[in-house]
Ligand binder design. Structure first.
Ligand code: ATP
Ligand code: MG
Length: 524
């Protein structure tokens, strides 16, 4: 008996199938149109980047960087891989002359090849790699002085040498992107986009990857639609317009019950003093807090405000609020953002606990929640990140603001509200195909192929059977596919220069010439 292999999608990732994929397409297409109307253009950035880019921009103490990224070493050093594998997997009698020489030769061969690759720049020319290679050399020398001694002396040194050999880096450490802002900013700097006139307005659509605990609305491969405005201005009107653009998108999608929350988290002038005050207050109630919040008193007190822990809610309510600690500039900026939202007729709630988990946000932060999502109810998060471009090596004068919509959650919310596509047909079309083109006989097949092409060219969705079927079976198929019409081409039709059209909803049937067929199909 043979074992049947059965593959399944990996935990936390999923397939998006028709008809649901039609709804995804509609959401993404609507975003393109809504953002286009505000002068945004699409940027496509890579799925992976150097891990350092994310570590720097998202922050080492964030959950995303500390435990959620898919990270791996990227290299082409096939020969080195083999040489290293031979050295680290060698298990011989190290106490014998033969075994000892064999092992040290394998390690020596590897180190020699690695040193050559290092000098040629084929493996990273980092001080760290240089140190590791030197350490390998030194350990071989030391090992040689233990030659002919017993395993007890030799084995620990062999172990250390193998570990050192393992530590040689063959390539860059890269990660699947957990978000796209860092990549957009990297691209902005790399392509010198700061010389472009006005603000650079970009949007992106695509998958992101985070190793989180999968649950409704939380996946390991999930999708975002996001936008960024980069440039020298941080005028509050930009913040308000970005939010307006989002709300217009949700309007176009007929998303009901979306709630906009906003806050200002100050800037590098006023926030540090607030954070210290918060830390001091948190110290006083440390014992009443959970383990996560206790840890965050030191690492990132702002994030305590994010806590969903029931037992902490009463305590958090009593904590000092950022709004009372904003400097005059941040206060004026925030007031103007709110006034400008008012000018645009956009309703909002102020939420002093809305702090973004990412380090580079400053001043305006916002989040949009939608109904039908349970506890994962944030469909969009965003804010201003004026320090990020400089942090990543770009001009200090460049400011930025952006947001990311969680497409999975947006789609879920639309489905819960009954806005889902019911179509089983191709993307964007309601119902099944317009025409099921049944043909009978070789001459009819040739005619049907030509007719199918002319119908498809003018936009009809046509299903053309690949093999000949019996009449009853063919029409049964048309029914099951929920075709609107069956168009029948057989010898009789060919002889008369017509086709038979049958409307499947009521069975009404008639013979038409091709020219009439097109106008009939348009009208019915
Ligand atoms: P949350 O608090 O829900 O974990 P977040 O603060 O980690 O969100 P952001 O990094 O701001 O989220 O990403 C913006 C949006 O992306 C979120 O509002 C959410 O809709 C979506 N999102 C984030 N992580 C996931 C995930 N694992 N699966 C599905 N959607 C997600
Ligand atoms: Mg998260």
């Amino acid at each position: 008996m043979s074992d049947k292999v059965k593959f399944q999608a990996i935990k936390g990732v999923r397939d998006i199938l028709p008809p649901e994929s039609a709804l995804w397409n509609r959401v993404e297409q609507t975003a393109r149109e809504a953002f286009g109307a505000f002068g945004f253009s699409e940027i496509r950035v890579p799925i992976f980047e150097k891990t350092d880019l994310f570590a720097r921009s998202i922050g080492l103490d964030s959950d995303v960087v500390s435990k959620e990224m898919y990270t791996f070493e990227d290299y082409e050093a096939a020969e080195l891989v083999e040489l290293r594998a031979a050295a680290v997997t060698f298990v011989g009698a190290f106490g014998t002359q033969e075994g000892f020489v064999h092992f040290t030769t394998l390690v020596g061969n590897f180190l020699l090849a690695a040193e050559t690759a290092f000098h040629a720049g084929h493996i990273p020319k980092t001080p760290e790699n240089e140190r590791t290679l030197q350490k390998g050399r030194d350990l071989i020398t030391t090992l040689n002085t233990y030659r002919y001694q017993g395993d007890r002396e030799i084995l620990p040194r062999v172990g250390e040498l193998k570990e050192t050999v393992r530590q040689v880096k063959f390539g860059d450490v890269i990660s699947l992107r957990p978000e796209a802002t860092a990549s957009v900013v990297r691209a902005y700097i790399e392509h010198g986009m700061h010389v472009l006139p006005g603000n650079v307005k970009l949007y992106y659509i695509g998958p992101m990857f985070r190793r989180e605990r999968p649950q409704k609305g939380r996946y390991r491969q999930f999708y975002q639609i996001g936008a960024e405005v980069l440039g020298s201005s941080d005028a509050p009107g930009i913040d308000a317009e970005v939010i307006e653009m989002l709300m217009r998108l949700f309007d176009r999608l007929k998303l009901k019950g979306a709630v906009l929350n906003i806050n200002s988290i100050g800037d590098k002038n006023c926030r540090p003093a607030y954070v210290e005050k918060l830390r001091a207050e948190l110290q006083k109630v440390r014992e009443q807090l959970g383990a996560d919040s206790q840890r965050r008193i030191e690492t990132n007190p702002l994030r305590v405000l994010d806590s969903k822990l029931e037992s902490e809610q009463g305590i958090i309510e009593e904590l000092p609020r950022i709004a009372e600690h904003l400097c005059a500039d941040c206060r004026a900026h925030y007031d103007e953002v709110k006034r400008q939202l008012g000018l645009r007729g956009i309703a909002y709630q102020e939420n002093w606990r809305l702090v973004r988990g990412l380090d580079y946000y400053m001043r305006t932060t916002f989040e949009i929640t939608a109904p039908g999502l349970g506890s994962q109810n944030a469909v969009c998060g965003g804010g201003r990140y004026d320090g990020l471009v400089e942090l990543l090596g770009g001009p200090a004068t460049t400011k930025g603001i952006g947001f990311a919509i969680g497409t999975d959650r947006l789609v879920l919310s639309l489905q819960e509200a009954g806005e889902a596509e019911t179509s089983g047909g191709p993307p964007g079309k309601a119902g099944g195909p317009d025409v099921y083109l049944a043909w009978f006989g070789a001459a009819a097949q040739s005619a049907a192929i030509g007719l199918a092409r002319r119908l498809r060219d003018v936009g009809f969705v046509v299903e053309l059977p690949a093999v000949e079927m019996k009449f009853g079976k063919s029409l049964g198929f048309a029914d099951r596919l929920k075709a609107r019409h069956a168009v029948i081409v057989g010898d009789d039709e060919l002889a008369a220069g017509v086709v038979t059209v049958k409307r499947l909803s009521d069975g009404s049937q008639q013979k038409l010439a091709e020219a009439e067929l097109f106008s009939y199909l348009r009208a019915h």
